[in-house]
Design a binder for this molecule. Structure first.
Ligand code: BGC
Ligand code: BGC
Length: 861
């Protein structure tokens, strides 16, 4: 086992390799910015400083270090400071509900929230989840997700996040964070950054699948692409006041996410002014000193690899401070950031230890599960935390449905005499809704992906169950065939039906689970389990075939979308526990579909560009993936390469029609951009450090096997570190400037939460009139796009949207504003945002390609 207390960020294998060949390189940035309590953090910061000032070094270290995998009840738990009444913090998955629990709700996935384009629903879902987490005694919710953003349509975890557009993602990311934190739970913006694919994200998964590589994948990205695409939603998260950020497994420009000083010190803390804490992804820490100096504040789940009993932090962080490799101010800053987040969301008022165990559903168990040590106590109290959240789940499920095609067969009127419900995706998992660990299988209707981004279902309403109820109300007959290989039965049933509802799906998930050859990432974009043939068998026998797709992202619909007997196609995403009710609401017209597809539906996988790296491409060295496409992903790529997709980003039909007219552009009074200048104050320290002997493992305390403690074993620090075998000398390497606590120059792009406050000045107001020209109530999502001009820019980029509810015949003037950030490009030379001199235009319409209103923007500086 490698205890790389020694490895510094700039000395990772890959950056050493950089000297030998031309690998992408991540420039160092030190020292790690200390928090200031700026803006809305002031009060929480002051309280954090007050309590941290009373802590001893080992107490501070305890806050920064997880206690080890499965040692306590949550997927991650920190040490505590009982002397000052600070309990262990419980960190728990997932972005769509509580993982490894009971009597909790299973919410729609992030990709469905994106399809609603509805800020309010994003907020309400976040708040509802926050309430459930809080009631179970969870302090930190490990979500939401904006990394992956969706560079690859086949990326395994895209569905946990929102959309491959930074603005749509950023807005919903921020609303989710506000909802969660308003309920008194710390939200975690993850995975920071460019965590775009599952293959080779970390060594343990790769080894399990039989690959032999020395280091994780490196996502090689230039600074313009980082700022304009991948970092953008995280700026929104910081502006929303997020308390935690999770650094990612893989490397960025050949430096690991959790020790990448450019990403953590410079972009997140110096530029965006982030005041909360950075926690590692699970086993994503690769060094102690290196990670600490590069800006990581908490290691999770605490041990180096699961259950090694050793940590890069814990006692080794104590040693790092005692021997001077890590300045005291850095550890003080870690502790202040953690406590500030705790106070900021009001967790101190709600704190209660977890009342459930992630590792067993039995009532009783050992305090320390994995080692069966400690007291044998009640570990599960079976607290029902669901409230009436089923209603918001059902609503998001319905509001996220995208009507892709409708030749008039929808809505159904409930009087259909003979209804066929076809496909495995219509029915139940024969093993039960939670029958597969972390939802890692493909049986029955798909309502979430697989991996850590899941929750246990309390129940799962299937399409078959919900549709059967509808048909029975109208006294019709209904027959379901859910065996996808019984094509003859499907044909016969379809042939006898007046309407055939075919359910198909395609799943994906996290890279430690493989389902049918899909190692997290999808191996192709085709429908699963014979889906295309199920549709064809139905459509050749029934001239009213309606296709419903449950999928993690785009699938290939080229084989059936223009079949004359396929009269309607709906995408329902991953709707969570109320799946069947949500789809029935739309099929039977109780809800007029208003979802818009949050990604492009291409004709083939190749049409998207940016292939996944699914084979090691550097021998046993770290695989490399170069972002040669820059900011051109999803619709920007289709526009650039002049390809017509089947359904474009932002597209979705309704049971009514909308008309767009009267675009206006109004210049607002905004002052000029002022790059920030000046310096920070010097790094503050809180409390003092004693001699090594004060941090020895307390006499008489019974050691729990594998548990991570903050204490040292001997005052001989080298011996205590366990680093002896790895070259103590080597560990003396400290990146230049990393220990410098003197005042530092401020970055021009910095100054407030999310960067220079002037970036958020509003420069223009755009208005347009939208009219419901049909005969039924419905909702529409007007979309504002901008062309920034210049030779290397996308044709258009999304900059604004809203969800409008309009009665039949109603007309509304919609208005949206454009900020300076919306009109700027990242200038790598100036290391700042600039508005280029190129002429800029605005467009408003109902999708990325239906932009009927356009205008030029007056020149701006
Ligand atoms: C995932 C995270 C998750 C963590 C804890 C990791 O493997 O990438 O998203 O929060 O495990 O389960
Ligand atoms: C855990 C996940 C974690 C993954 C990391 C799994 O065993 O259940 O929480 O994301 O390991 O590889």
């Amino acid at each position: 086992m490698k205890l790389g207390l020694l490895e510094a960020a700039v000395l990772t294998a890959a950056s050493v390799a950089n000297a030998q060949d031309d690998l992408a390189y991540s420039p160092p940035y030190y020292p790690s910015p200390w928090s200031t309590g700026q803006g809305e953090w002031a009060e929480a910061y002051n309280r954090a400083v007050e309590i941290v000032s009373q802590m001893t070094l080992d107490e501070k270290v305890n806050l920064t270090s997880g206690t080890g995998w499965q040692l306590e009840r949550c997927v991650g738990q920190t040490g505590s400071v009982p002397r000052l009444g600070v309990g262990s913090l419980c960190l728990q998955d997932s972005p769509l509900g509580i993982r490894f629990s009971d009597y909790n709700s299973a919410f729609p996935a992030g990709v469905n929230v994106a399809a609603t384009w509805d800020r309010q629903l994003a907020y309400l879902r976040g708040q509802a989840m926050g309430e459930e987490f809080s009631d179970k005694g969870i302090d930190v919710l490990l979500g939401p997700v904006a990394g992956p953003l969706g560079r690859h349509p086949d990326g395994g975890r895209n569905w946990e996040g929102f959309a491959p557009d930074p603005v749509l993602s950023g807005v919903l990311f921020a609303e989710s964070i506000k909802g969660i934190q308003d309920a008194g739970v710390i939200a975690t913006a993850k995975h920071y950054l460019v965590n775009e694919q599952e293959h080779f994200r970390q060594i343990p998964d790769a080894i399990a699948f039989g690959y032999n590589i020395s280091d994780a994948l490196s996502e090689n990205v230039d600074d313009k692409t980082l700022h304009e695409l991948y970092l953008w939603p995280f700026a929104d998260a910081v502006r929303a006041g997020v308390g935690a950020v999770m650094c990612s497994y893989q490397q960025i420009n050949n430096s690991y996410g959790c020790q990448n000083s450019h990403l953590l010190n410079k972009l997140l803390k110096a530029e965006l002014g982030y005041q909360g804490f950075v926690m590692s992804d699970w086993q994503a820490t690769h060094s102690g000193v290196g990670a600490a100096l590069a800006g990581m504040d908490m290691t999770m789940p605490g041990d180096t690899l699961f259950n090694t009993g050793a940590s890069f932090f814990g006692g080794n962080l104590t040693i790092g401070v005692l021997n001077g490799t890590i300045p005291q101010w850095r550890v003080d800053d870690m502790a202040v950031r953690i406590m500030a987040a705790f106070y900021k969301v009001g967790r101190d008022k709600l704190y209660t230890p977890p009342n459930f165990s992630s590792w067993t559903r039995e009532e009783k168990g050992f305090d320390h599960f994995v080692v069966s040590e400690g007291d044998y106590v009640t570990v599960n109290e079976f607290v029902d935390v669901q409230r009436d959240h089923a209603s918001v789940i059902r609503r998001i499920g319905a509001d996220s449905i995208v009507l892709l095609k409708n030749e008039g067969s929808l809505p159904l009127n409930g009087k259909e005499r003979n209804v066929a419900v076809l496909g495995d995706d219509a029915g139940s998992n024969p093993w039960g809704a939670n029958g597969c660990d972390d939802r890692g299988c493909a049986q029955g209707t798909l309502a979430m992906g697989w991996g850590s981004g899941t929750a246990e279902y309390p129940y799962l309403i299937t399409p078959e169950q919900a549709i059967q109820q509808e048909v029975l109300k109208g006294r019709g007959s209904v027959f379901a065939v859910t065996d996808n290989w019984a094509l003859d039965k499907i044909e016969a049933t379809a042939a006898r039906s007046t309407v055939s509802l075919v359910f198909v799906n395609a799943g994906a998930g996290e890279g430690y689970i493989e389902v049918d050859g899909n190692e997290g990432d999808r191996k192709n974009l085709t429908l699963w389990k014979n889906g295309d043939n199920v549709i064809k068998a139905t459509a050749s026998n029934c001239n009213n075939t309606i296709v419903v797709i449950h999928s993690v992202g785009p699938v290939l619909v080229d084989q059936f979308h223009d079949h004359p007997n396929v009269t309607a196609i709906l995408w329902a995403g991953l709707p969570g526990q109320e799946s069947g009710n949500s789809i029935a609401d739309v099929l039977y017209g109780r809800v007029n579909p208003g979802g818009k597809t949050p990604f492009t539906w291409g004709k083939s996988r190749a049409a998207y560009g940016a292939p996944l790296v699914d084979e090691p491409n550097r021998g046993t060295g770290p695989p490399q993936t170069d972002h040669t496409e820059g900011i051109f992903i999803d619709y920007r790529h289709f526009d650039k390469t002049n390809q017509t997709p089947i359904y474009e980003f932002g597209y979705g039909l309704s049971y009514t029609n909308f008309k767009y007219s009267s675009l206006t552009v109004q210049r607002l009074n905004a002052s000029e951009y002022v790059p920030t200048t000046g310096q920070t104050r010097a790094a503050p320290t809180f409390g003092s450090i004693s001699d090594a002997a004060s941090y020895l493992f307390p006499e008489g305390l019974k050691k729990i096997t594998e548990f991570i403690y903050p204490w040292i074993n001997s005052t001989d620090l080298e011996a205590s570190s366990g680093d002896a075998n790895y070259g103590w000398e080597h560990s003396k390497y400290i990146p230049e400037g990393a220990r410098d606590g003197s005042p530092q120059d401020l970055l021009p792009s910095s100054g407030g939460a999310g960067g220079n406050p002037r970036l958020y000045d509003e420069l223009f107001r755009i208005t347009a009139t939208i009219r419901n020209t049909g005969s039924v109530y419905g909702s529409e999502v007007p979309q504002l796009y901008v062309s920034l001009g210049g030779p290397n820019e996308p044709k258009v980029v999304l900059r604004g949207f809203d969800k409008l509810d309009l009665q039949a015949g109603e007309e509304r003037v919609w208005s949206a504003t454009l900020t300076r950030r919306d009109l700027s490009n990242w200038d790598v030379e100036q290391d700042d945002w600039v508005i280029t001199p190129y002429p800029k235009r605005v467009f408003v319409g109902s999708s990325s390609r239906k932009l009927s209103l356009k205008a030029s923007l007056p020149t701006v500086q």
